[in-house]
Design a protein around this ligand. Structure first.
Ligand SMILES: [Zn+2]
Length: 275
């Protein structure tokens, strides 16, 4: 019922927009319903620019250097030709993400919990895998078709952001309006499917091994995260599938990742300790 009332409201807005902008209003909507990868990457870059200009960036030199080198190695290991970029945001939330197209962020809150550079590589491997396996694309297309059409058309983007966004970064980007706002809403409020989480775990483990980090850190990481369990768990710890199941699968895949790790010429083991 709520959906249908809202849909009617959105339709009204769409018709209004179409009347105001005539053909441009219609073509904007039609194109947006089937966004191409290039379109998504453009919006993603725009949204990322907004985060970069508004968020508090960390000035910790050692952590910044670590985050940069881990991201560089994971990106290279993925073999994906994205315009990669990473920032370290000064925020107590234990979080990390990679937008479609390779724009990444790590929050300072996750660093002390990780304890090692290898564990950071495991988290980034997982996040990067969501991007390279295009897990966010479906959610974005759905967001556009469904409830975020009003935001897409630039109508009341700020208001919609306040209502629909769960995180500060989402609200920040929703303020932009247009497709970037729809992207923010679908990306920062996302819940990937069980299959996609599992896929990101497996592919991420291979990425970290290829990048030269001991893939066993992907399993030890669970204990560290659980010990410091936060009320708002990071995307990486998304509760479905269950923790036990995910750890069991990571252990099951480990021999294959170890084989990849043995084959790389430059090994870093667990990397530096995070202090
Ligand atoms: Zn995930």
């Amino acid at each position: 019922m709520v959906r249908s009332t809202f849909t009617k409201y959105v339709c009204f807005l769409m018709v209004s927009a179409a009347l105001v902008f005539t053909s441009s209003g219609c073509s904007t909507l039609r194109e947006a319903q089937t966004p191409s990868e290039a379109d998504i990457n453009v919006e993603s870059a725009k949204a990322y620019q907004e985060v970069k200009s508004k968020a508090q960036l960390s000035t910790r030199k050692d952590w910044n250097e670590m985050v940069q080198r881990v991201a560089k190695r994971i990106a290279a290991a993925s073999g994906e030709n994205f315009e990669w970029e990473i920032i370290l945001i000064d925020n107590p939330e234990p979080n990390a993400w990679c937008m479609p197209g390779g724009k990444m962020a790590v929050y300072t809150g996750i660093m002390p919990i990780l304890k090692t550079e290898g564990a950071l590589a495991a988290v980034m491997g997982h996040e990067v895998a969501h991007a390279t396996r295009r897990h966010g694309q479906k959610a974005y297309a759905r967001a556009i078709e469904e409830q975020q059409t009003a935001v897409l058309l630039g109508v009341a983007a700020g208001v919609a952001g306040q209502v629909l966004c769960k995180t500060e970064n989402c609200r920040l980007i929703a303020g932009l309006g247009g497709p970037a706002a729809a992207l923010a809403l679908s990306f920062f409020n996302r819940k990937f499917s069980r299959e996609d989480e599992s896929d990101a775990d497996q592919v991420g483990q291979i990425y970290m091994a290829k990048a030269g980090y001991d893939p066993a850190e992907s399993i030890v990481l669970w204990e560290r995260m659980n010990a410091g369990k936060n009320a708002e768990p990071p995307e990486w710890m998304s509760t479905h599938p269950s923790d036990t199941n995910r750890r069991a699968k990571l252990s099951q895949w480990l021999p294959q990742a170890q084989q990849v790790y043995q084959g790389v010429s430059q090994k870093y083991g667990r990397g530096s300790t995070i202090q």
